[in-house]
Design a protein around this ligand. Structure first.
Ligand SMILES: Cc1ncc(C[n+]2csc(CCOP(=O)(O)OP(=O)(O)O)c2C)c(N)n1
Ligand code: SF4
Ligand SMILES: [Mg+2]
Length: 352
């Protein structure tokens, strides 16, 4: 659906368009069927805005997901893009196949804390090791929302269900795990923090490698009560922000200067700039050990630490490591992917 540009000589301006001539409506999806006030809806809104502002061509985006309320959300943004609702916890293998078949696609994989940290933990771990170009989002509410609110593996020790049941197991910190395993842009945000989440998503779109964003996203129906550590109230009262995150895309002029003493500037693969104004001591987001230590310290203090914990723009991505041809494998003609008879005969000769 192309948008109508302003006709020369007319006075009524057409709808606002982005750098590829699309309106924000071109990035919308179906009407949400999630509960009113669910954090996941706010995340879909931020995805729509950031994809529009970055000028991602919807037809070049794939949005695989697993199973859960969170995994339903790709239906509520970017209807013109490709979608794949995979088996519970198995989105990483579908995403890997899609990206290897077409390296030109932008991939945003949407998962939940149950989908990732419970049933899908094995797939998640191996995905994080590969630095596949993917934006992996965990919409983290600490419960299995779709199956009526049981604890997931990201629920904090001592947090309470509505029924009074107390969680007696420690949480898996998906960010610490992703950093340790090799993801190259890792952060945590909150569905209620529009500014921070938008900046992180735009940086994620510019990054060429595995982005892992854990977004705390309250479940208003099953986990937003007193005793929950994933409620709106708890996160607002316990959030500790590492940096003020801003993003300058490569197609915009850098108007604002920054002071290197207070702000870390990360140049992304496409020439965009991720700006991290320090709010926390001298935190260095290129130091993995410091990042894991900051996360562990925050847990010990019952803080919900948000910000960009780790970034590495130098590590080769999985597609680079595999030395794939530029042209998507999925569109290569048969004569370029099938060895001819002479090649097969030669291999057979060598095996005799
Ligand atoms: C193989 C399999 N096991 C269990 C289920 C049941 N099930 C559906 S969604 C879900 C948990 C979803 O939790 P999460 O990923 O946190 O998503 P949320 O609904 O909280 O957004 C479970 C256990 C299933 N669909 N498939
Ligand atoms: S049950 Fe919870 S996670 Fe699911 S849509 Fe409702 S508020 Fe959101
Ligand atoms: Mg959940």
């Amino acid at each position: 659906m192309a948008t109508t540009p302003v006709e020369p000589g007319t006075t009524t301006p057409g709808p606002k368009t982005n750098r590829i001539g699309l309106t924000v409506m071109d990035y919308k999806g179906g009407k949400t069927t999630l509960c009113a006030g669910c954090g996941h809806n706010a995340i879909s809104e931020r995805i729509i805005e950031s994809m529009y502002e970055m000028g991602v061509q919807p037809e070049f985006l794939i949005k695989p997901s697993g199973i859960g309320c969170s995994s339903k959300t790709p239906a509520y943004f970017m209807s013109r893009s490709h979608s794949f609702n995979a088996v519970h916890g198995r989105m990483p293998s579908v995403a890997t196949g899609a990206i290897l078949a077409n390296r030109k696609l932008v991939c945003i994989g949407v998962s939940g804390d149950g989908d990732t940290a419970s049933i899908g933990i094995g797939q998640f771990i191996h995905l994080m090791r590969r630095n596949l170009p993917i934006i992996y989002i965990i919409e983290d509410n600490g419960v299995y929302g779709l199956t009526k609110g049981q604890f997931s593996a990201t629920a904090d020790l001592g947090s309470k269900l509505k029924t009074g049941v107390v969680n007696d197991l420690p949480p898996i910190d998906t960010c610490a795990l992703a950093i340790q395993l090799g993801a190259t842009l890792v952060g945590r945000s909150f569905s209620g923090d529009k500014r921070q989440l938008s900046a992180m998503l735009k940086a994620a779109i510019a990054h060429k490698g595995t982005v892992m964003l854990d977004v705390v996203s309250p479940c208003v129906t099953f986990n937003d009560h007193e005793g929950s550590t994933k409620s709106y109230k708890y996160v607002k009262e316990h959030e500790e922000t590492l940096q003020d995150v801003s993003f300058v895309p490569h197609f915009e002029e850098i108007a604002v200067e920054y002071d290197p003493g207070t702000t870390i500037n990360v140049e992304m693969h496409d020439g965009s700039h991720l700006r991290l104004r320090k709010l926390h001591e001298d935190f260095d987001p290129t130091n993995r050990i410091a990042a894991i230590s900051a996360l562990m310290t925050a847990h010990a203090k019952d803080e919900v630490l948000t910000g960009i914990f780790y970034v590495d723009t130098k590590k080769p991505s999985f597609t680079e490591m595999l030395n794939l041809v530029e042209e998507p494998l999925g569109t290569l003609p048969d004569e370029r992917v099938r060895p001819g008879k002479a090649v097969i005969d030669e291999v057979m000769q060598r095996l005799m």
